[in-house]
Design a protein around this ligand. Structure first.
Ligand SMILES: Nc1ncnc2c1ncn2[C@@H]1O[C@H](COP(=O)(O)OP(=O)(O)OP(=O)(O)O)[C@@H](O)[C@H]1O
Ligand SMILES: [Mg+2]
Length: 236
C-alpha cells in the first residue's frame, strides 16, 4: 500500500515571508508536518511565532511564499483559487477563539447556513443541523440568538457549525482561549468525542498545556519550524 495513503496532510518545506516597510519577516522557515487521519494535534508556541499563519495556510486562506501542502495527496497551491475554495468549503472546518457566530441568525439558522450555501434543500439542511445540535447537547437553544448564549455554549455551536458539512479536517485557533478551564475542558471533551465517533482529524492551536493533554501529539512552533514535544510528562 502507498505509504502516504493514511496521511491526510503532508506539509513540505513551508516558508512564509511577510514584507515589512523596513525589510521582511520570515515567519515559517522550512516547516514540515505530517498528519494522519484521526490525529488530534496541538500546536503551541509563543505569541507571534506564526501559529495562526500556519493554520491559515493549511486551511487555504493564505498562501505560502514557498513550499507545498498536500491534502489527501493533492498539492494545494498549484490549484486555482476556485478549486481551493471548493476544497476549503467541503473538507475543512474552522473554529476560532471568539466563536464568530452570525448574531442576526438563531442557533439553528447558524448551523443550517453552511449547508444551504452548499446547495442542500432547506428541510434536509435543517434536519442535519438538528443532528449536530443534539450532538453538542444544545437542542433547547435552537431558536435562541447567539448573544444570549454563554461563551461555552457559543463555542459548542461554533464546533457544530464547523462540522455540519462533515469536513475531514478541523482547524481550531485557540478554541478555549476565551473560556475558563472548566468550560474549555468540556470543549476538548467534545472534540475528543468527534475524533472517537467520527474519525475527525484536528489541528488545535493553544497556549494552554491542559488543552495539549487532550491531544495525541504536541508540537512547539519555534524559529519557523515545528518541534515535537516528546516528553509529554512536562504537560502533566
Ligand atoms: N499580513 C501580515 N503582514 C505582515 N505581518 C504579519 C501578517 N500577518 C501576521 N504577521 C506577523 O507574523 C507574525 C506571526 O503572526 P501569527 O498571527 O501567525 O502569530 P501567532 O503565533 O498566531 O500569535 P498569537 O499567539 O499572538 O496569536 C507576527 O509577528 C505578525 O505580526
Ligand atoms: Mg494566533
Amino acid at each position: 500500500m502507498n505509504k502516504s495513503a493514511n496521511k491526510l496532510i503532508i506539509v513540505r518545506q513551508l516558508v512564509k515571508i511577510y514584507p515589512l516597510p523596513d525589510g521582511e519577516l520570515k515567519v515559517l522557515d522550512g516547516l514540515d508536518l505530517e498528519v494522519e487521519r484521526g490525529d488530534l494535534v496541538a500546536i503551541m508556541g509563543a505569541s507571534g511565532v506564526g501559529k495562526t499563519t500556519l493554520l491559515n495556510i493549511i486551511g487555504t486562506i493564505d498562501r505560502p511564499t514557498s513550499g507545498e501542502v498536500f491534502f489527501e495527496n493533492e498539492a494545494l497551491f498549484s490549484k486555482d483559487p476556485r478549486e481551493l475554495a471548493r476544497i476549503r468549503n467541503k473538507k475543512i472546518g474552522f473554529v476560532f477563539q471568539f466563536f464568530h457566530l452570525l448574531p442576526e441568525f438563531t442557533v439553528i439558522e447558524n448551523l443550517s447556513l453552511p449547508l444551504l450555501i452548499a446547495g442542500w434543500p432547506r428541510q434536509k439542511a435543517l434536519s442535519k443541523a438538528w443532528e449536530l445540535l443534539k450532538e453538542v447537547g444544545l437542542e433547547k437553544k435552537a431558536r435562541v440568538y447567539p448573544s444570549l448564549l454563554s461563551g461555552g455554549e457559543q463555542q459548542r455551536v461554533a464546533i457544530a457549525r464547523a462540522l455540519v458539512t462533515e469536513p475531514s479536517l478541523l482547524l481550531a485557533d485557540e478554541p478555549t482561549g476565551n473560556l475558563d478551564w472548566g468550560t474549555g475542558e468540556k470543549i476538548m471533551e467534545l472534540l475528543s468525542y468527534f475524533h472517537e465517533k467520527k474519525g475527525l482529524t484536528s489541528l488545535v492551536v493553544t497556549h494552554n498545556e491542559k488543552v495539549a493533554r487532550f491531544c495525541h501529539r504536541v508540537f512547539r512552533l519555534e524559529d519557523g519550524r515545528l518541534k515535537p514535544i516528546l516528553d509529554r510528562s512536562s504537560l502533566f
